[in-house]
Design a protein around this ligand. Structure first.
Ligand code: DI6
Ligand code: FE
Length: 396
């Protein structure tokens, strides 16, 4: 396919704009991108798709979701509005654990069926790659079931799915007060089983006072690295446990949330090249008042990604463009940083080098927008100007 008359944001070097551009696609790869006037003769005979001047960007990447779960937590939403905090609800056995109960009771097919409409919404906001975490099973079998359901999404919808093992998401009641035993008896065995079945691309954990400490997680991260799997961490979302620095010591590809990130954490992330994934949906939902230290991350040269954190508790949000809008308005990212955060830096947060920019050899995942400037994507509130998506070289 030959995409013509595009206002191209290649995302190589900032927006990397090319006005009146063409993009030649061969199979599922980009073969060439540049000004229409420079189009090599070899590509002129390809079937043409005229973008009619519209903005064309790389397909967006949602690098942090918990899109597979059963049930919802609207009742908790109501409780929070009557004064209960997220932590109080979690300590009373609600929160993540209430989603665990519903998820354990659901079959793999039921979980997949519930996830598909959520992922459809992400796709409608421009996503061509999503990450999906486990973490609502908390037994070996239920974590595997969740990862299989997540992998099933890509068999039904035109989207790439990367799966992350997050068995260390919460401590189930039968392990209450025994986090190290849970890590040894459930988290590590489920990781081995999932890896053996080819179901894991990365390993994540929730480092928090209501979940796991860095000391609890050290054996899990050691296992992940022994298996050759990259690690990432939910760090400094509600308190500062030094999670980001711990993750950086393990060469983490990302540390996520980061509202309570310390200067030491920033230095450690800069040194290890760990991406800061910021998640304004959770900040907004929990009415958090401390913003992540965006200016300091920027000054330290830490790459920032933006994601939905799509989950039933702290971020029931299924729009990447809304996440970009919130990242700008609530956290003061620029629209250019927000778009880098859902393309180039989101790819980096997933350890992917074959997507996130428009350049020869990369995956032919593109979005065509009813927009003429890339700042429009983050500018609108809850409206996505998506016109057409190209996934793996095909209109989808
Ligand atoms: N932090 C979050 O924001 C989500 N997980 C996590 O570790 C929340 C998940 C939930 O509340 O269901
Ligand atoms: Fe999360």
């Amino acid at each position: 396919m030959l995409l013509t008359h595009a206002t191209l944001a290649t995302m190589t070097d900032g927006y990397g704009m090319i006005p009146d551009a063409a993009v030649a696609l061969e199979g599922d790869r980009i073969a060439w991108a540049g000004p229409m006037a420079d189009l090599p003769a070899a590509y002129r005979a390809l079937p043409e798709h005229n973008a009619e001047g519209r903005l064309v960007t790389p397909g967006l990447i949602d690098c942090h979701t918990h899109a597979v779960f059963a049930g919802h937590r609207a009742v908790e939403f109501e409780l929070r509005l009557k004064g209960a905090s997220y932590e109080e609800i979690a300590r009373a056995g609600g929160g993540i654990l209430s989603t665990v109960t519903a998820t354990r009771a659901a079959s793999e097919d039921q979980l997949l069926a519930k996830a598909l409409p959520r992922v459809d919404q992400l796709i409608a906001s421009g996503a061509t790659t999503i990450e999906v975490k486990s973490g609502y099973g908390l037994t070996v079998e239920d974590e595997l079931k969740l990862l299989r359901a997540a992998r099933g999404i890509a068999r039904h919808l035109p989207v790439s799915v990367k799966t992350t093992h997050l068995a260390a998401h919460a401590i189930p009641p039968d392990y209450s007060g025994r986090a190290p035993a849970y890590i040894a008896e459930v988290a590590i065995p489920s990781l081995h089983a999932a890896h053996a079945q080819g179901l894991v691309d990365a390993v994540d954990a929730f480092c928090e006072t209501i979940a796991f400490s860095p000391d609890d997680l050290a054996p899990l991260f050691a296992e992940a690295r022994a298996l050759g799997l990259p690690v990432k961490l939910h760090a400094e979302q509600l308190t500062d446990l030094g999670g980001a620095a711990f993750a950086a010591r393990h060469g983490a590809i990302s540390a996520d949330h980061l509202e309570y990130l310390s200067p030491e954490g920033i230095t450690a992330m800069a040194r290890s090249g760990t991406v800061a994934v910021i998640l304004p949906g959770a900040f907004y939902t929990l009415r958090e008042s401390q913003v992540p230290p965006v200016a300091a991350l920027r000054a330290a040269g830490v790459a920032m990604a933006v994601a939905t954190d799509l989950n039933p508790g702290s971020s029931p949000m299924a729009s990447l463009t809304l996440a970009m809008n919130m990242a700008c308005t609530l956290f003061r990212l620029t629209p250019e940083e927000a778009l880098l955060g859902t393309t180039v830096h989101a790819a980096k947060a997933l350890g992917l080098t074959d997507r996130g920019r428009i350049a020869p050899g990369l995956r032919a995942d593109l979005c065509i927008w009813d927009a003429d400037h890339p700042a429009e994507l983050a500018y609108r509130i809850g409206a996505t100007p998506l016109h057409t998506r190209i996934f793996g070289g095909r209109l989808a």
